[in-house]
Design a binder for this molecule. Structure first.
Ligand code: PEP
Ligand code: MN
Length: 319
C-alpha cells in the first residue's frame, strides 16, 4: 500500500476510510490527477444526479429549494411551504440550528424546529433540508429531514463532514465564504471518501473587498465546478447578495451559468423575519421569480445589435 497513489496523493494521507480501501479504490480514483479524486470529473465524465426522496438534483430540470432562513412558527412555515410548492419549488428549506454571527441573535428553535419542518414537509409532500452545526446534530436531524445542509461556516469542519459522510443522506455542501474552489471540492471529498456519494454543492457567495453587497456571488465557480466535477451545483442568490432586490437577476444569471438549481430564502413577512429578512423575498415576489425562471423575460432595453453579431450571421459562421 505504501506506493499506492490516489488522485496524486499517497493513499496513507487521505483519511481512514480511503486508507482502509487502499489500492482497492475504484479506477475512477486511480485515474484522477486532482487531489479531489472522487469529486473529479476525470474518472467520472457523466454528471451525477442526487435523488432527494424522488426529486433529482443535477438533471436537466433546474430544482428550486425555497423557504425561510429559520423555522420560526409552524403556521407560517406551512403557509410558506404550500405557496412555494404551488409555484414550483421542489424542496422546502428552514434552519433549526442557526450559525449566527452574534451569540445574541436568534439561534434557531432546535429540535422543535425540526419537528415543524418535518410536519410542513409531510403536509406539502416536499422533501425538507436543514442545516447541521455539529456532528451531534446529524443523527437527530436525519430523523426529521431528507437532506442535510453543511453551512458556509462549517465547510472546513472535517469532523462534521466525516459524520455526514457516514450517513447515506443527501448533503447540501455550501462553499465556505473564504474557500477556494479546490478547498470546497476537497470538503466534498471528505463526504465522498467516507462513503456517501450523495453530495450537492452550493455556491453562496464569497468575501471580497466589495462591501456594497453582503457577499460577492461567484458565478465563475458554476461553470468551473462543472468542468472540474461531476457533482450537481446549486446557487444561493439570497446569501450571495444579501439584498432581496438582487435575488431575481442573480437567480436568472445562475441558471444561465449552468447551475442545476437555486436555494432561495422566502418569508411571508420579510420585515418581521428573525433572521436574514433583508435578503428574503416575500411570497408574491417568489411567484414572480418562478414565472420568470420558466420563461426568462426579455432584457428591459433592446441592446443595439451590430450586423455581424446577428444570430443569423453567427449561425452562418462568418462572425
Ligand atoms: C442558510 O442557508 O441559512 C445559511 C446560514 O447559509 P450560509 O451557510 O451559506 O451562510
Ligand atoms: Mn439565512
Amino acid at each position: 500500500m505504501a506506493g499506492c497513489r490516489i488522485g496524486g496523493v499517497r493513499s496513507q494521507d487521505v483519511g481512514a476510510s480511503s486508507r482502509a480501501a487502499g489500492c482497492r479504490q475504484n479506477e475512477a480514483v486511480m485515474a484522477s490527477t486532482k487531489p479531489f479524486s472522487l469529486a473529479s470529473r476525470e474518472g467520472h465524465p457523466e454528471d451525477s444526479t442526487v435523488d432527494v426522496r424522488g426529486v433529482p438534483i443535477g438533471g436537466p430540470s433546474p430544482v428550486v429549494i425555497a423557504g425561510p432562513c429559520a423555522v420560526e412558527d409552524e403556521d407560517a412555515l406551512l403557509a410558506t411551504g404550500r405557496f412555494v410548492r404551488a409555484h414550483g419549488a421542489r424542496l422546502l428549506r428552514g434552519g433549526a440550528f442557526k450559525p449566527r454571527t452574534s451569540p445574541y441573535s436568534f439561534q434557531g428553535l432546535g429540535e422543535p424546529g425540526l419537528r415543524m419542518l418535518a410536519a410542513a414537509g409531510d403536509a406539502t409532500g416536499l422533501p425538507v433540508v436543514s442545516e447541521v452545526l455539529t456532528p451531534r446534530d446529524v443523527g437527530l436531524a436525519s430523523r426529521y429531514v431528507q437532506m442535510l445542509q453543511i453551512g458556509s461556516r462549517n465547510m472546513h469542519n472535517a469532523a462534521l463532514l466525516r459524520e455526514v459522510g457516514r450517513t447515506r443522506m443527501p448533503v447540501l455542501l455550501k462553499r465556505g465564504m473564504s474557500a477556494t474552489v479546490e478547498e470546497w471540492l476537497l470538503a466534498a471529498e471528505y463526504v465522498l471518501s467516507a462513503g456517501n456519494p450523495h453530495v450537492v454543492l452550493c455556491e453562496r457567495g464569497i468575501r471580497t473587498f466589495e462591501t456594497a453587497t453582503r457577499f460577492t456571488l461567484d458565478l465563475n465557480a458554476v461553470p468551473l465546478v462543472r468542468e472540474l466535477s461531476h457533482l450537481p451545483i446549486l446557487v444561493d442568490p439570497s446569501h450571495g447578495t444579501g439584498r432581496r432586490s438582487l435575488v431575481r437577476p442573480m437567480s436568472l444569471a445562475a441558471l444561465a451559468a449552468g447551475a442545476h438549481g437555486l436555494i432561495v430564502e422566502v418569508h411571508p413577512r420579510p420585515d418581521r423575519a428573525l433572521s436574514d429578512g433583508q435578503q428574503s423575498i416575500d411570497l408574491p415576489t417568489f411567484a414572480g421569480l418562478m414565472s420568470d425562471l420558466a420563461a426568462p423575460p426579455a432584457p428591459p432595453e433592446a441592446v443595439p445589435q451590430e450586423p455581424w453579431l446577428a444570430a443569423g450571421a453567427l449561425r452562418s459562421g462568418w462572425a
